[in-house]
Design a binder for this molecule. Sequence first.
Ligand code: PEP
Ligand code: MG
Length: 554
Amino acid sequence: MKGIGVSPGIAVGKAILHKNKETEIYKKEIKDIEKEIEKLKNALSESKDQIKELYEKTKNEVGEDEAEIFRAHMMILDDPEIFGKAEKKIYEMKVNAEWALKEVSNMFVEIFRNMDNEYMRERAADIIDVTGRVINNLMGSKSGNLFIPEEGGIIVAKDLTPSDTAQMDKEKILGLITEEGGKTSHSAIMARSLEIPAVVGTGKEIESIRSGDILAFDGDEGTIHINPAQETLRSCMDKKEDYETLKNKLKSFIGKKSRTKDGYEVEISANIGTPDDMDSVLKHDAEGIGLYRTEFLYMDRDTLPTEDEQFEAYKKVAEKMEGKPVIIRTLDVGGDKDLPYLNLPNEENPFLGYRAIRICLDQTDIFKTQLRAIVRASAYGDIKLMFPMISGMEELKKAKKILKTVKEELVNEHIYFNENMKVGMMIEIPSAAIMSDIFAKEVDFFSIGTNDLIQYTTAVDRGNKDIAHLYNKFHPAVLRLIKIVVENGHKEGIQVGMCGESAGDPDMIPLLIGMGLDELSMSPVTILKARQIISELKMKEMEKKAQQAANCFM
Ligand code: PEP
Ligand code: MG
């Protein structure tokens, strides 16, 4: 059986079926409307107290960000749309409160489930959770804690509401499997934070699992073995042991410098898409944020984010990093990242087209709003600004000129910011790499974006699976360009980092160290592994290896 692996780790244990209790609700005619409304209000206030308690419990036991979901639940409780409509139904139809609320809840759940956006679809689960709680309180039935045997087990459920997850005894939960849900469902988010292996979205096949069945699965890959043969079981147990050993070994790298055996130090930082990634960044001990892909702030919505919305997001990240560097990249949409409300043109070659800085230099209002937000946030930490997709000097000069205007405006408005905020550029287009000697005189740092640099250097679309075998990060031409950029950057005394996927690749790291990169930015979960790899390398040897690799012929 296969699902979507959403929380890594190997789970082996007995199945514990968690029935999502669907209470039968009957429509009843009522005489005393006022009393029924009063009943609903009491149930609402009881629910509020319970959710507050879950908020505190989750905040103390898991973390503030995970507890946020219960704040959202409190907002649903205050939503006049849902509960106002239920009240109206009671008045107009003279019906019992639980039936009225169930009807309204079904209607909203249907609306959310039919939305295009995955995130919004998954919010249907929150409405079910909150209204289900109120209905339980109306009917006096409490949803008790799930019994989990001493030896622990793997929870198997249709879906898990945040309330279910918060009430579970985490020590004994070896894994989670759900029929519904996706990567951003709350059970998935919770599982990742709690480091419980989880597979979601199995579909109806989950019904073949019986209570007490032996289950084994890999929370990364998503395949679930039900009552596996002895051999499979043994191999899963071995994998589990290896995984745990590695995890503990990697934990010992928390708080350490990223340094080779012979003392060469690099900075290992994290790539993020939203402030929600910060828990993982802090947990995996990133030394900075090497790439904040701001475009996610602009996605999954119908209008551009305001300056204040952006400012709050950037400020939050800067504050959470407590003075460590945070590289914020200006908007990089176009290519494979569409923003429907911008009406980007349909292009023959979107990756060679209207994209990133090209859009920003054309639609300067959008650009200026973002620059204002970033510059304002620079007062709250070590924020650095980075321009993507620079292909020629004129673009860089224009971008810097707009930045200068924005700073002047803020000075005139008496808004405080860091006047010395560093400004850098991505090197992800061969023309920029080749001209990096000139660019290095104009910026404070470079960050090499190998995801694009590889595709533009070798003319291989990064998203085309038919030619994926040609997309080669070890192509000597790519390695030579990286080397040129590092040398040119260092000649001018600026930092040269890398934020493309290559930076976190275990096989690439030795070469990057050998080429002298100052910073490697990667997905937070790979940071400790990278630090471990680096601790076993010798700079002198890696220099030779890098030289050999750049000189080899394909
Ligand atoms: C890159 O091109 O390497 C990069 C980091 O940018 P993105 O993947 O967002 O295009
Ligand atoms: Mg790129």
